[in-house]
Design a protein around this ligand. Structure first.
Ligand code: FES
Length: 185
């Protein structure tokens, strides 16, 4: 097995810093996977092998961690990765409907990417915003209490400016004040 040293050559100092934080090497697995994913947008097979060698793990041990967590991609994704929560609380308030809206608007189902490479769609497990569903994450941003109008505006904002003021950050708690809501409207 040889995964090369691409990550180490590019991110040597960062990798050393990460490794120094963990007395048990294998504990650095997830932070190193984030480094690999940031590099290519997904975790390549050679990155998996390189990380396995760094941590003295087998490639299957690395692979099983990647496939357990939905935040890691095993293939390239679009510029905007829509990750719709399908866990119970969001399912009860309409995550299936959100997927239908996305399908109608972008023509993609979970696991697919639009032909222009802009949008990919995945379904994921609970993202800890259960009180403000239905919700999704796009790249690192949260979008909560989704409605069809909100979704249309988010997609249009992303296409035109690369971001949207409708994002709510990692956790929308406490609830936004009326003034904040007015600014969003
Ligand atoms: S169930 Fe969707 S965020 Fe928890």
């Amino acid at each position: 097995m040889c995964g090369g040293t691409v990550l180490k050559d590019k991110y040597g100092k960062e990798i050393e810093d990460i490794l120094s934080r963990y007395p048990v090497k294998r504990s650095a697995l997830i932070p190193l996977l984030y480094v690999a994913q940031r590099d290519q947008g997904y975790v390549t097979e050679s990155a998996m092998q390189e990380i396995a060698a760094l941590l003295r793990l087998t490639p299957p041990q690395v692979y099983e961690t990647i496939t357990f967590y939905t935040m890691f991609n095993l293939k390239p994704v679009g510029r905007f990765h829509l990750q719709v929560c399908k866990s119970l609380m969001c399912a009860l308030v309409g995550s299936d409907t959100v997927l239908e809206w996305i399908n109608a608007k972008l023509g993609i189902a979970p696991g697919e990417t639009t032909a222009d490479g802009l949008f990919s769609l995945s379904v994921v497990e609970c993202l800890a915003a259960c009180g403000t569903g239905p919700m999704m994450m796009i790249n690192d941003d949260y979008y909560e209490q989704l409605t069809k109008d909100k979704l249309d505006r988010i997609l249009s904002d992303l296409r035109s400016t690369g971001t949207s003021s409708l994002k709510t950050g990692p956790f929308m708690w406490p609830e936004p004040t009326p003034a904040e809501r007015a600014r969003e409207a």
